[in-house]
Unconditional design. Structure first.
Length: 207
C-alpha cells in the first residue's frame, strides 16, 4: 500500500489484492468496504484490466478474494461498486439475488475449490423482483417472486424487504452442508449487504 502522503487515498496495487486468494474473510470484507468508499466518493482508482492481467488469469487461473451473489439488475455491478479488477470477485447474478440449486452450486465451487473465504449476498434497493413480490405480481419471473414473497411474510417496507430477502439467501447458503462445514472449520464468512441504487452506498448488514 502506498502511504506517501496523507492526501493519497489508499492506493492499492494488483499484488495487494491478488498475492494470495486465501485472504481471511475479515480482510476480504475490509477490501469491499474500502472499494465502496472509493466508488461513492468518485476517487480516481485504477484497477488492472490490462492484457497482461488477462494473460495471467488465463495461464494461472482465477484467485477471487470474495464471492458475491447479487441481482441481475444492470445498475448493480459488484466489480464497480467495490472497485475491483479482473479476477478479484466471483460474481453470481440472478434476479432478486435468490439462492436456488444452481446459485448454491456456484457458491460452493467458489468457496470449496477456489478457496474464497468471504461469501456476500448483495441485495439492493428499488429491486423489481422484490417490488413484484410486494405487489403480488407474478409475471414472467413467478418462480422468483413467489420465492421472495414467501420469505417476506408481513414485511411491506421496500428497504426492509431487501434486507429480509438478502438474509434469507444467507440462510439458504448456510443450510448447505458444504458451506456450513467451511464456515465452521475453514474460516468462511457468509454475510449480507444492501446496495442503495440512488447513491451507491452499501450497507453491510449485521455489523
Amino acid at each position: 500500500m502506498d502511504e506517501t502522503t496523507a492526501s493519497d487515498k489508499l492506493a492499492y496495487t494488483a499484488d495487494d489484492y491478488d498475492s494470495d486468494a486465501h485472504v481471511p474473510a475479515a480482510e476480504a470484507l475490509r477490501r469491499l468496504r474500502e472499494g465502496n468508499r472509493i466508488y461513492v466518493e468518485a476517487l480516481d482508482h485504477e484497477r488492472d484490466l490490462s492484457p497482461e492481467r488477462i494473460q495471467d488469469l488465463f495461464e494461472n487461473g482465477q484467485r477471487p478474494f470474495a464471492c458475491v451473489i447479487t441481482c441481475a439488475d444492470s445498475r448493480v455491478v459488484p466489480e464497480h461498486i467495490f472497485m475491483t479488477g479482473l479476477g478479484e470477485l466471483f460474481v453470481i447474478r440472478v434476479a432478486g439475488n435468490v439462492v436456488g440449486p444452481l446459485e448454491l452450486a456456484s457458491a460452493v465451487y467458489a468457496c470449496e475449490h477456489l478457496h474464497t473465504r468471504l461469501l456476500l449476498v448483495l441485495g439492493h434497493t428499488h429491486c423489481g423482483a422484490i417490488k413484484a413480490a410486494l405487489d403480488g405480481e407474478a409475471g414472467p419471473v413467478a418462480a422468483i417472486t413467489e420465492r421472495i414473497a414467501a420469505v417476506l411474510g408481513d414485511v411491506h417496507d421496500p428497504y426492509e424487504a431487501s434486507v429480509v430477502n438478502a438474509n434469507a439467501a444467507v440462510a439458504a447458503l448456510r443450510a448447505s452442508d458444504a458451506l456450513a462445514r467451511l464456515e465452521k472449520e475453514d474460516g468462511l464468512a457468509i454475510s449480507a449487504a444492501v446496495y442503495h441504487t440512488h447513491c451507491g452506498v452499501v450497507d453491510f448488514l449485521g455489523e
